[in-house]
Ligand binder design. Structure first.
Ligand code: C2O
Length: 547
């Protein structure tokens, strides 16, 4: 195993998209940021220097961070932010993970432009559990605003309204040739007749679940969230923000140019969304030769599902089965039931009307078990925990919602207003945990991509309506459930996840729609140290930023 060192300089860089140039926050002047490629077992050492005018942290999305919670990155959870002019070095080892992950800023809305792929190859000498592809191509789906994303969210926070939706979806930072002023930058993905290309799809969009397809080409899914799955073929993928999916495609179509396309899956009823399509082009190298005018050949158009095609999403997500032997806990020590959903807060009386632009003069909020999560500001929770600092958080996050109700609708108004707090759930080292994640349908049913830091979990079941412990437990897959770090919980439905709390530290679980994080759709697990040194978190690095 190697030790790989990298330098990330976070800085403002001019980026031209959709006919305008904007000063965007980037890493090393690149948008999207650099792709990191490692082998399973390698150690990554990334020195991040902040030359921008915002506080920043970097999160290594999906990396287990076993005993290295100080390198996880969410601001005020495992570290204080890196202030302008300062640096912090993230150091961690990849242990037993293979496939596609990514990294992104974990501070306000900076991840709109601060993100990149993190590709984990098998250990040197090991091979993929499928035919070795001739090429590999990362595809990062994203969103672009014709404005500074930090200003977009600040303005929304000040008014209590929902933030403006993005102006384009992107593939590898480019809207693609169906958008104005965008044909020049459109991403070209090469393929040759007869060859296999491993496409590593990452949904890095801030707030939008996305469909993904390639015209006329079958997609063979082989992995997701850096875990292998039993291969299955499909015409279309759906990824919630945070999720990754690895697919093989074969160059088995007549040589030509084919659209690679992404478009919205509308996750919430009546929520505004953009119905445009982002594109890249799959180009056969053999013929027609692009140099001889082939670049003018109109790409073959794809078929994408309707924005509200939940049936396609459901059958896609039910196709995932773990390839490798699983160790899903069959007994449970911690039986948790978390409701997830939106809410509305009444406007404080000292606010004027244009500061309360939510429905009927309210402000948007969201919660788990009716607790809207508030990040601390003087300490990170991990620092407070290790130093024994009182008053930063409380350990009274409820294991169940305060009242049981019909989560599919007709919710009494009294349940629309969550309480606020920095409440965490303490877990004993090694405890076997089950969490039922239930969408509440308050304000609107919505597909929430719930992401857990520090762990992969098994998705043992998902369904619609109210979770019914008696009926639904019989449908649990304890044989070959997929292992993931982000689950797209069905709108008007539920998902059940299981994991063993064998990684000590402080781990946030949140909706990966960034607009919902700001509204409080998050909670934190504090996993206590176990008995030996190897069951304890390492001591903090000397350059750990202070608040
Ligand atoms: Cu990819 Cu806490 O996030």
């Amino acid at each position: 195993a190697k030790v790989q060192e990298h330098e990330f300089v976070v800085q403002a860089t001019p980026v031209k998209r959709l006919c305008n140039t904007q000063m965007s926050i980037t890493v090393n002047g690149q948008f999207p940021g650099p792709t990191l490629e490692v082998n399973n077992g390698d150690t990554l050492v990334v020195k991040v220097t902040n030359k921008a005018r915002y506080n920043v942290t970097i999160h290594w999305h999906g990396i287990r961070q076993i005993r290295t919670g100080w390198a996880d990155g969410p601001e005020f959870v495992t570290q204080c932010p890196i202030r302008p002019g300062e640096s912090y070095t993230y150091r961690f080892t990849i242990q037993g993970q293979e496939g596609t992950l990514w990294w992104h800023a974990h501070s306000s809305w900076l991840r709109a432009t601060v993100y990149g792929a993190l590709i984990i190859h098998p250990k040197q000498g090991d091979s993929y559990p499928f035919t070795k592809p001739k090429r590999e191509t990362p595809i990062l789906l994203g969103e672009w605003w014709d404005a500074n994303p930090i200003d977009v969210i600040r303005q929304a926070t000040q008014t209590g309204a929902a933030p403006n939706i993005s102006d384009a979806y992107t593939i590898n930072g480019q809207p693609g040739d169906l958008y104005k002023c965008s044909s020049k930058g459109t991403t070209i993905v090469p393929i040759d007749s007869g060859e296999t290309n491993l496409i590593r799809v990452i949904n890095a969009a801030l707030n939008q679940p996305l469909f993904f397809t390639i015209a006329n080409h079958k997609l063979t899914v082989v992995g997701a969230d850096a875990s292998y799955v039993k291969p299955f073929t499909t015409n279309v993928l759906m990824l919630g923000p945070g999720q990754t999916t690895d697919v093989l495609i074969n160059g088995d179509q007549p040589p030509s140019r084919y659209y690679i396309a992404g478009r919205a899956y509308q996750s919430a009823q009546n929520a505004p969304f953009d119905n445009t399509t982002t594109t890249a082009i799959l180009e056969y190298k053999s013929s027609p030769c692009p140099a001889k005018g082939g670049a003018n050949i109109k790409p073959i158009a794809p078929t994408l599902p309707n924005y509200n095609d939940t049936n396609t999403v459901t059958s896609f997500s039910k196709s995932f089965r773990s390839l490798r032997e699983v160790e899903v806990p069959t007994e449970i020590d911690e039986d948790l039931f978390f409701t997830i959903g939106l809410g509305l807060n009444s406007c404080p009386s000292n606010f004027n009307a244009n500061q309360c632009q939510g429905p009927n003069g309210t402000r948007f909020t969201s919660s788990m078990n009716n607790v809207s999560f508030v990040l601390p500001s003087n300490f990170s929770i991990l620092q407070a925990h290790k130093l024994g600092v009182q008053g930063v958080f409380t350990t009274d996050f409820p294991a169940k919602p305060p009242v049981k109700f019909d989560y599919t609708g007709n919710v009494s108004r009294s349940l629309w207003q969550p309480i606020q707090g920095t409440k965490v759930t303490k877990l004993k080292f090694g405890s076997r945990v089950q969490i039922v994640l239930q969408d509440t349908s308050i304000v609107t049913p919505e597909n929430h991509p719930i992401h857990l830091h520090g762990y992969d979990f098994y998705i043992v079941a998902e369904g619609f309506g109210n979770f019914n412990p008696k009926k639904d437990a019989s449908k649990f897959n304890l044989v070959d459930p997929p292992m993931r770090n982000t689950v797209a919980v069905p709108a008007n439905g539920w998902a059940v996840i299981r994991f063993v709390a064998d990684n000590p530290g402080v781990w946030i679980m949140h909706c990966h729609l960034d607009v919902h994080i700001g509204w409080g759709l998050a909670t934190v697990f504090l996993v206590e140290d176990g008995e030996g040194l190897l069951e304890s978190i390492e001591s903090p690095p000397e350059d750990l930023p202070l608040c």
